[in-house]
Write a protein that binds this ligand. Sequence first.
Ligand SMILES: Nc1ncnc2c1ncn2[C@@H]1O[C@H](COP(=O)(O)OP(=O)(O)OP(=O)(O)O)[C@@H](O)[C@H]1O
Ligand SMILES: [Mg+2]
Length: 252
Amino acid sequence: MTTPLALKHVSHGFMGNNGQWTPALRNVSLKLPRSTFTCLIGPSGCGKSTLLRIAAGLLQPDSGEVVFEGQTLKQPRRDISIVFQRDNLMPWRTVFHNIVLPLQLAGMDPDEQYDRARYWIDIAGLRGFENSYPAELSGGMAQRVAIARGLITQPDLLLLDEPFGALDALTREAMWQELLRIWQTTQSTVLMVTHSIREAILLSDRVLVMSQRPGHIIHSFNVPFGRPRLLELLTDPDFNELESQVRRSIEM
Ligand SMILES: Nc1ncnc2c1ncn2[C@@H]1O[C@H](COP(=O)(O)OP(=O)(O)OP(=O)(O)O)[C@@H](O)[C@H]1O
Ligand SMILES: [Mg+2]
């Protein structure tokens, strides 16, 4: 199977304001098979967001290489979308104008921009809020705007950083179903960071576990359950067994 994205021996650190050097990632290698869904899980501060920013081309690693579609990734690209841990919406733009932004930047025909934005507003359950501003939305709605904005370009690679962190349990479950449905139609390759082991197993084909900082991949679990996946899977004994295995593998 071909690989849209590979990280090869990637290490990265930060110089803090206090002049102290913090190594965030150490020797991370991974390959994402095309059109698969991978979740990344690990302790807080272990470098997950840093890894996603490197995979998006927003940050150049100190050492190692990121290869996207066979070429070294040097900068952000339109066919890679990232949804940040904090929703990152533009407060002066309405819901509609936040969602349509990537298409405007790509110079798409305005009629097509409009049609696509309408489609994603419906999918994200935001109809009726097109003209609202981010400050008028709940945390979960803002997150759905950010997800719609990430998906509207139908990226080949979708990077999601705890996209459901701000949602209540019920909305979260609804968004899992939505994301799986959408993903099955787009065939994007997805790499998603989450703190929820259950979420990781329910959504993904493979769960990668990172060590404490400086983060590197210490375990990889294949998720054997077929698709489409329904919420009933959460109570399946095999699901619970895999959940315990993943939990035991995480360094606290
Ligand atoms: N821009 C930055 N400047 C300085 N240090 C940074 C910067 N970004 C991240 N770090 C440091 O790098 C380490 C990894 O941070 P990162 O945000 O990648 O962790 P994370 O795994 O996403 O954590 P969380 O689960 O809490 O979101 C942390 O020690 C953090 O303080
Ligand atoms: Mg993070």
